[in-house]
Design a protein around this ligand. Structure first.
Ligand code: 8YV
Length: 390
């Protein structure tokens, strides 16, 4: 019977997990506690497990405050919010949720690449804004076909068109000569009006429409560079390969089991790819692994995708590079101080901003929750942990 075991949930993460923890243990919701330190002193002798995630885990202070803590089970694959050294030192077990989220996170990375290069979100905003309708598709396409030669339209050109039209009508139906003339005049009048209209729209529509379509870029065949060729990095590579993208990567050591090109330096990797993806774990070594030098190497046409952690990127440097168009674009699922997102990015059409949803599907979140529950139960039943880290 595990009902008396105190489990501290660091922050809200998943309703199903919360409900199941509540059923099996004595669950404490830390985010609902007004006086955190008083709470820890009161319950320090009953709390034997902490459940954390990507935004809140167990730091040294919390670990020190809980002398009966035996296990930290994270509802995430990333462990950067847990003081692993402290856990090791105190003999506290640590588990995470690898594998079950790999495919979803890799899918999202590809989604971000397509969204940035093909401007999916910008296009969606364009349709919702009503601008597309205002221009009407017919007129818009017409604008593009007609406008160029519209400038060259001369009176003689118009007369020539007219004569051609009249000749056609008269040669075929002489008996309807008068009628034909009338029809010709009418057709001409209407077409002239629509050309005039097209020109009027031309001053508004192509401006807008041009923003939307002018720099749509292909994804197929782009060179993809991946920082961190772990489970998620490999899953991204596999997907990008299906889009005929040449793959290269950077990691601490070269992986002999892959044929992908290895770069021992991130700057070199960035200089030799079109899309740079951050897919490594966050450690002291990888903090700000994407710095100004890397951004400059990626260049004005390069795109940065971050599905790792915000602090992997020097965010102020990225923001200024995007604003100054020294980098082509960015697809970001994570931010340095999330949920704070630099507002300078809000007005840019070359960025796609997501609220940390890489693993955020019904299926994966359920599987992650079941792993957390499975690890806790295994631990308290003295069975081997399902996904141990420490
Ligand atoms: C989650 C994550 O978004 O696994 C990770 O490292 O960042 C994510 O799966 C997060 O832990 C949800 O609470």
């Amino acid at each position: 019977n595990m009902e008396s075991i105190g489990v501290l949930m660091a922050c809200p993460m998943n309703p199903y997990l919360e409900q199941e923890l509540d059923k099996r243990f004595t669950l404490h919701r830390f985010w609902k506690v007004p006086e955190k330190s008083t709470f820890l002193t009161t319950h320090c002798n009953s709390i034997r497990a902490v459940v954390g995630n990507a935004s809140s885990g167990a730091d040294a202070q919390m670990i020190e405050a809980l002398p009966k803590l035996e296990i930290v089970a994270s509802f995430s694959v990333g462990l950067d919010k847990i003081d692993l050294a402290k856990c090791k030192e105190k003999g506290i077990r640590v588990t995470n949720t690898p594998d079950v989220l790999t495919e979803d996170v890799a899918d999202l990375a590809i989604g971000l690449m397509l969204a940035v290069l093909r401007k999916l979100c910008e296009s969606d905003r364009y349709v919702r804004s009503g601008k597309w309708k205002k221009g009407s598709y017919m007129l818009t396409t017409k604008c593009f076909c007609v406008l160029d030669d519209f400038d060259e339209i001369s009176l003689s050109g118009l007369l020539l068109d007219f004569a051609e039209f009249v000749f056609l009508i008269t040669s075929q139906v002489i008996a309807l000569w008068v009628c034909g003339l009338l029809v010709a005049a009418l057709v001409y009048l209407v077409s002239f009006r629509s050309r005039k209209q097209a020109k009027e729209f031309g001053t508004v529509m192509p401006d807008d429409y041009a923003v939307i379509v002018a720099d749509f870029t292909s994804f197929t065949g782009k060179r993809v560079g991946i920082i961190g060729l772990g489970r998620i990095g490999m899953a991204i590579a596999k997907r990008a390969e299906a889009f005929s993208c040449p793959i290269s990567y950077h990691s601490r050591t070269e992986k002999t089991e892959t044929k992908y090109k290895y770069y021992p330096s991130v700057v070199e990797l960035a200089a030799n790819c079109d899309i740079l993806v951050v897919a490594c774990s966050l450690t002291e070594e990888t903090r700000h692994i994407v710095n100004r030098k890397v951004i400059d190497a990626l260049g004005a046409k390069g795109v940065l995708i971050n599905i790792g952690r915000g602090p992997h990127v020097d965010e102020p440097e990225l923001v200024s590079a995007l604003v100054e168009r020294r980098i082509g674009g960015a697809g970001l699922d994570v931010f340095e101080h999330e949920p704070e997102v630099p507002e300078e990015l809000f007005g840019l059409d070359n960025v796609v901003l997501l609220p940390h949803v890489g693993s955020g599907t019904v299926e994966t979140r359920k599987a992650m929750a079941d792993l957390v529950l499975g690890n806790l139960e295994a631990h308290f039943m003295n069975k081997p942990l399902l996904t141990p880290v420490v």
